[in-house]
Design a protein around this ligand. Structure first.
Ligand code: HEM
Length: 632
């Protein structure tokens, strides 16, 4: 039953018509979160109430913010025959073999923009130079380090990449603005567009990667990619004798995704190749009858689950460092009743009490699984990248921890592509890990877009340098517009958030307001999404905006609950007893590092998580049980 809320007195007048389509029950739930939003207070609530708010929000987003953008017409298949992750992501959805496979369409969290601003309104050059370009590098502080920054690129390359068109666009800086731009003009390929035949979105775009959390960043996206990385012996993947990625005759790394790689990203790939190979060793020891293929398939399941788990209960917890999110992320994996209960009884109480992992059936909320355009846009976080990598001396200095001294600062440019690979092989994995562990990454904020990314030789899909440079800051503004992603205020309305009506609603920073007015005048609707996400005042403990977080809230859960290998098939029959045990006993990235470098964290890491700066003190013990913690 639809319920009209036009006359509801305390609803913000500009809220999106999504609310008009809601059932009576959902409308009541919406009133609850809207009221809390009016006081700007969900993150100030005690943990249990904060969780209730997020639970309601996620429920509403699952119902009203998942849109299928067309395509996918696979057939039924026997799931028992496919108890493993296939090369191109096929045969994961229980009844349609194509859903989530390579080359399927991005979905949407909301309809394409209904506003008709032009692609060049205001000129992306102006947006980039007045609002994004880095003035002085701003660090995020001790919360997040360069391993965390490399990690998220490692994940992005597991999940998403848009198929390009063969036609190019040229962007030219208009007269008067060129002084703020390293490139006066540059060309790049359009995103390939197709007609969807869907009423939700008339056009759509294709994902060249498999959107499942399947480790494709190390295994590749199809049969050809997989053959490139496998040794075909004991299930293992190729890795050099120094523990770094191998390279082909052109110097391009041999890995699942080699596009726009740099030393930090390549290091994450190598670490998880080592992890995969270590899983193969254990499986071979326990199951001597397994052949190469069986070892490979089981080790891939285990390694992908380890990656997903670290992202859920380690990386995200550091990104959104509050008690409520610590509880929320652990509930996603283990459920409200916690790890001990789940270890003893399994997932017997459903998603809330026993977690999303191990559910009896995958849940897609009636919308075929894909990642979405809006998900891509909120992950535009290139501001995390610094100008240089600070290398540290890791020669032992004694028993007591001492912050390792700086030996060299290497410009990021020299850490990219083939040159970066050469650099990394001289540095070695251990020094690079410890160095990145000790370096903060950049803050996701205005005026922090790396200058070196504004004159970048990007890679093609094979990891080869493109002939001409691009300005990434300008391109990112253009990309969101080209793909019809809503601008910031419309985006908030569609996400059931309170939109802004004047610049002062948004920030009290005079300098920001002045720059926004210079670019968008008084039209708050025109503000680009990337600008709003970077300018928004952050919740204490959050390294990203609240608006971006609400997309994560729905999509992070979806990546787990829609996947057969995290639900129906997350069991010892599919993973083996040893495999499942491996996933269950790995909780953090520190556990993985300890496995491969037994002395490293003992010697060099004081922080609680491998994703926060290693010389920071570990989190202090809080004796109040997590769920009973009061308002912060
Ligand atoms: C040295 C490091 C990096 C380089 C050289 C790099 C370069 C690039 C390039 C060239 C693109 C394609 C742009 C386009 O054609 O639209 C891209 C896309 C993207 N990058 Fe990065 N990137 C790096 C690190 C990161 C990091 C740390 C993040 C953090 C979240 C990130 C997130 C993204 C996202 C979300 C996209 C959009 C993908 C899509 O359109 O499908 N990148 N990057």
């Amino acid at each position: 039953m639809a319920f009209t809320v036009f006359s509801a007195p305390f609803i913000h007048p500009q809220l999106h018509p999504i609310v008009v389509r809601m059932t009576l029950f959902d409308t009541m739930l919406f009133y609850v979160i809207h009221l809390v939003d009016k006081f700007g207070s969900w993150h100030r609530l005690p943990v249990l109430l904060g969780l209730a708010y997020l639970g309601i929000r996620r429920h509403l987003h699952n119902r009203y913010n998942l849109l299928h953008a067309g395509g996918v017409n696979g057939h039924k298949y026997d799931t028992k025959e496919y108890a493993y992750r296939t090369p191109a992501g096929m045969c994961n959805h229980p009844t349609d073999h194509l859903i989530g496979s390579q080359g399927t369409s991005f979905g949407r969290n909301m309809p394409p923009t209904a506003l008709d601003y032009g692609l060049l309104d205001p000129h992306p050059t102006l947006v980039a130079s007045k609002l994004l370009a880095r003035k002085n590098f701003k660090e995020v502080g001790k919360q997040f380090n360069m391993i965390a920054c490399s990690w998220i690129q490692f994940m992005i390359h597991d999940w998403i990449d848009h198929l390009e068109d063969t036609e190019q666009v040229e962007i030219r800086a208009p007269d008067g603005y060129s002084s703020g731009c390293p490139l006066k003009s540059f060309k790049f390929f359009k995103t390939k567009k197709f007609k969807t035949g869907s009423s939700c979105a008339k056009f759509g775009f294709l994902n060249t990667r498999t959107p499942w959390w399947d480790g494709s960043v190390i295994y590749g996206n199809n049969e050809k990619g997989l053959r490139r990385v496998r040794t075909f012996k004991d299930g293992k993947l190729k890795i050099s004798e120094h523990g770094l990625l191998e390279h082909d005759e052109k110097g391009i790394p041999i890995s699942g995704d080699v596009r726009n790689c740099w030393a930090g990203f390549s290091l994450m790939q190598a670490l998880f190749v080592k992890e995969h190979n270590a899983v193969c060793d254990v499986l071979k020891e326990h199951y001597p009858d397994f052949d190469d293929e069986q070892l490979y398939r089981h080790a891939r399941l285990v390694t992908s689950a380890v990656i997903a788990k670290i992202h859920t209960i380690d990386w995200t917890v550091e990104l959104l460092k509050t008690d409520t999110l610590l509880a929320g992320m652990r509930i996603n994996w283990y459920g409200f009743l916690g790890k001990k209960f789940k270890d003893l009884f399994g997932n017997i109480c459903g998603p809330i009490f026993s977690g999303l992992v191990g559910l009896r059936k995958p849940i897609d909320h009636g919308v075929p699984y894909s990642l979405t355009e809006e998900f891509v846009s909120v992950y535009r976080m290139h501001t995390m990248l610094p100008d240089e990598i600070v290398l540290r001396d890791i020669k032992p200095t004694g028993e007591e921890y001492k912050c390792p001294p700086v030996v060299e600062k290497v410009p990021m440019r020299e850490m990219l592509g083939k040159e970066g690979e050469r650099r990394l092989s001289n540095i070695g994995m251990e020094q690079m890990l410890v160095s990145m562990g000790h370096q903060s990454c950049g803050e996701v904020t205005l005026w922090n877009y790396p200058t070196w990314l504004r004159n970048l030789i990007a890679h093609d899909i094979n990891g080869e340098d493109r002939p001409d440079p691009v300005d990434m800051a300008i391109m990112e503004v253009y990309r969101d517009r080209e793909r019809g992603v809503a601008r910031y205020n419309e985006f908030r309305r569609n996400l059931l958030m309170i939109p802004i009506s004047k610049w002062e609603d948004f920030t009290d920073d005079e300098e920001v307001i002045e720059a926004l007015k210079e670019v968008y005048e008084d039209d708050v609707e025109k503000m680009d999404l990337i600008v709003g996400l970077h300018a928004e005042k952050k919740i204490r403990g959050f390294a990203i905006s609240e608006t971006a977080f609400f997309i994560f809230l729905v999509m992070a859960s979806r990546r787990l609950e829609a996947d057969r290998f995290f639900t129906t098939n997350f069991n010892s029959r599919t993973y083996t007893d040893e495999g499942l045990e491996w996933v269950n006993k790995t909780e953090t990235l520190k556990d993985v590092i300890d496995r491969h470098f037994p002395e490293m964290t003992e010697k060099w890491m004081r922080s609680s998580s491998a994703f926060s700066v290693w010389d920071s003190m570990s989190d202090s013990t809080n004796y109040i049980p997590l769920y009973l913690r009061p308002a912060p």
